[in-house]
Design a protein around this ligand. Structure first.
Ligand SMILES: O=c1ccn([C@H]2C[C@H](O)[C@@H](CO)O2)c(=O)[nH]1
Ligand SMILES: [Zn+2]
Length: 147
């Protein structure tokens, strides 16, 4: 089964797309990643059209490290934003689109069941994949709360 890959940015205005690209490439500079030296940036556009950025934060006890997607979601939730239009991620990789890890997919899904995830190369080139395609048949709040 192949995952549908999109290259449009139709849910965003041209200005929003330009800001998203700039912000997510800049967000890597927030990264604390002395161990892997693998910087990841994340930017969320909230339902109320605010951009919130974060990055991965590592730890000397490696397993305590937190990915960019999860630091950014935490920042958004703690700032009162629980609904998201898009999530974007970037790394320093020139040849690969960065894709969220399994743990992050589950955390994203909690708040954004079928959000478009924009994955950027360091050049600014991107692809878009929907959460439902990244985490099919997922388990979420509806299953517990009966919504
Ligand atoms: O989608 C990803 C993949 C990896 N990382 C981080 C975790 C760790 O700090 C470093 C290397 O795995 O990159 C993220 O933040 N997001
Ligand atoms: Zn992750």
């Amino acid at each position: 089964m192949t995952v549908p890959i999109h290259k449009d940015h139709t849910e965003l205005t041209e200005d929003q797309f330009n800001t998203l690209s700039e912000e997510v490439l800049k967000a890597k500079s927030l990264s604390y990643s002395p161990y892997s030296k693998f910087r990841v940036g994340c930017t969320i556009l909230t339902a109320s059209n605010e951009f919130i950025s974060g990055a991965n934060i590592e730890n000397a006890s490696y397993g305590a490290s937190i990915c960019a997607e999860r630091t950014t979601i935490s920042k958004a939730i703690l700032s009162g934003h629980t609904t998201f239009k898009v999530i974007a991620i970037s790394s320093d990789q020139e040849d690969d689109f960065i894709s969220p890890c399994g743990i992050c997919r589950q955390v994203i899904r909690e708040f954004a069941k079928d959000v478009p995830v924009y994955m950027f190369k360091s050049s600014g080139e991107f692809i878009k994949v929907y959460m439902n395609d990244l985490l099919p048949l997922s388990f979420g709040p509806e299953n517990l709360l009966g919504e």
